[in-house]
Ligand binder design. Structure first.
Ligand SMILES: Cc1cc2nc3c(=O)[nH]c(=O)nc-3n(C[C@H](O)[C@H](O)[C@H](O)COP(=O)(O)OP(=O)(O)OC[C@H]3O[C@@H](n4cnc5c(N)ncnc54)[C@H](O)[C@@H]3O)c2cc1C
Length: 483
């Protein structure tokens, strides 16, 4: 009889979890999660730690109902995993693959160490429809542009059907000598207490596999209707909000793919085929981001386009802080950053607007924004976050044209036409007319008085004039040297 170790990482689910199935097929399995505190892996941000805590609680309960146990530890997996394997007499280890350079290096090192001791190590794909190296351009090279990437990915055919969750989990207990290493969830100290800033997140989210499944079902049966056009609207529920569930692997893209197609086929989907296609192509952007990250390991810290290395950024701690706190004086920007601070999430359209404002109008380095999002997003994702920030900056592969500068007033009027989104997150502006809600400085003195607004006191004056900021950005961009 052999004994297995299954190491949970970014795959906190039981269904469609190929490495878990492989481990259980080999024999009693020690199910392990390690809060990684070693090496040069990027630590999780605060909001993601909150999510992780709730997700582990849900996972642990799901494993217990199947007769198993989830062991929690903290430290460096490079030393913990081999120690457990040796003491517990484990001869088979399984995990699902990750794609950041530092995690790949860790897994490679562990594979060698364990393999040298005669342990079989198996790894699987649970996170992507296609792993980065599976999608290639005509020349056999990796791909820099989304549309041909997605075409090539689609040409690889349907993803494999997701496997059901195991009905039972035969657990291998942690040997007594290692007992002191096992921690309770509260020992991991993942949730904030003083102060407890997670109230808005608790109200918004249900982390865990069941929560992810429920979101997908609700989405396909409702919000999918009109998604192809409506997905840009932050003023109502217009997207799936699956991103944090995907980030932690509580649901995988194969499950999303097949659930979407079967909902269409059975008539249970509220939307049309083109809504579904658009939705799956957004999942495709996530795939593309992982493709880019795999071939550009420095995506979160280095300009993909080296022309930007000499960009004349204007570091400004005060302006950065005003942006972070949602006090720029631009309502749609402030609403987005307050939504982020309260719920750990922000609508995609607003992410683009706030990122453009930071990078272009304030001339603050995109890495400052990437870091802030990393700390405050519940879906903070090593590939999506880095690729998206570089996309907005214009420094990325297949990026927005670098001279595109979002005007927050025009964007607000287009995507939040009645100002409902701004009113929700900037209640001090609630009484302004729809026509003025995205530009309170344009209101007359009586209009401001009637709305109870004193600019510079109850709501900030604009941090920088739109035209001045735009021209300054264009001048800075004009200094970029040709490649
Ligand atoms: C500056 C900036 C930073 C971002 N940082 C992150 C991040 O850290 N984590 C993250 O998951 N997404 C990030 N995104 C992408 C996008 O905003 C979110 O994935 C999306 O808002 C999640 O909402 P949803 O689940 O309702 O999306 P839906 O519209 O329902 O899309 C379904 C899924 O497709 C994927 N997806 C959708 N849009 C994109 C996109 N533009 N790029 C890559 N994948 C996408 C997500 O996994 C999403 O859950 C960022 C975008 C910008 C502009």
């Amino acid at each position: 009889m052999t004994a297995s170790l299954f190491w949970f990482r970014d795959d906190l689910r039981l269904a469609d979890n190929p490495a878990l199935i492989s481990a259980l097929a080999h024999g009693p399995t020690l199910c392990l999660y390690i809060l990684d505190e070693g090496g040069d892996r990027r630590p999780l941000g605060g909001a993601a730690r909150w999510w992780l805590s709730r997700s582990l609680a849900a996972l642990s309960a799901d494993i217990e109902t199947r007769g198993g146990e989830l062991v929690l530890m903290r430290g460096d997996p490079a030393t913990l995993v081999p120690a457990i394997v040796e003491v517990a007499g484990i001869d088979h280890v399984a995990w699902n693959r990750r794609y950041e350079a530092a995690t790949i290096a860790l897994d490679k090192q562990l594979k060698e160490t364990l393999g040298a001791g005669g342990v079989t190590v198996e790894s699987f794909n649970a996170a992507l429809l296609n792993e980065p190296w599976q999608v290639k351009g005509k020349s056999g090279d990796w791909m820099k542009v989304f549309t041909p990437y997605w075409r090539a990915a689609r040409a690889l055919g349907e993803p494999a059907a997701p496997k059901p969750a195991p009905k039972t989990i035969a657990s291998l207990p942690l040997p007594k000598t290692l007992g002191r290493q096992a921690l309770s969830l509260s020992d991991l100290d993942l949730e904030p207490s003083k102060p407890d800033w997670a109230g808005g997140m608790r109200a918004e989210w249900t982390p865990g596999e069941a929560g992810a499944r429920a979101r997908l079902t609700d989405f396909l049966g409702g919000v999918l209707k009109g998604y192809a056009d409506g997905r840009n609207r932050p003023d109502y529920l217009s997207t799936s909000r699956l991103s944090p569930h995907l980030r932690f692997g509580e649901i995988g893209p194969r499950q999303i793919w097949h659930a979407t197609h079967s909902a269409l086929a059975s008539g249970e989907a509220a939307g049309t085929e083109s809504d579904a296609e658009k939705f799956l192509s957004e999942v495709g952007w996530r795939e593309f981001a992982y493709h880019l990250l795999f071939y550009n390991p420095g995506l979160a810290t280095e300009n993909y386009n080296r022309r930007f290395d000499d960009f004349p950024w204007k570091p400004n701690a005060k302006a950065l802080q005003a942006w972070q706190r949602g006090r720029t004086g631009y309502p749609i920007v402030d609403a987005g950053l307050r939504e982020l601070w309260t719920t750990g999430w922000m609508h995609n359209r607003v992410r683009m607007i706030v990122a453009s404002f930071l990078i272009k109008h304030l001339l603050i380095d995109w890495r400052e924004g990437e870091n802030w999002f990393w700390d405050t997003l519940v879906d903070a994702d090593p590939a999506n976050n880095a690729a998206s920030w570089q996309w907005v900056a214009g420094s990325g592969a297949d990026a927005a044209p670098y001279y595109r500068i979002f005007n927050p007033v025009t964007q607000g009027g287009k995507f939040d036409p009645r100002g409902d989104y701004v009113r929700r997150w900037c209640p001090e502006l609630a009484k302004l007319d729809d026509a003025l809600i995205h530009e309170p400085w344009a209101a007359s003195a009586p209009e401001l008085r009637d709305a109870g607004i004193v600019l510079g006191q109850t709501y900030p004056k604009p941090l920088i004039g739109l035209d001045v900021g735009r021209q300054r950005a264009l001048d800075a961009l004009a200094t970029l040297k040709p490649v």
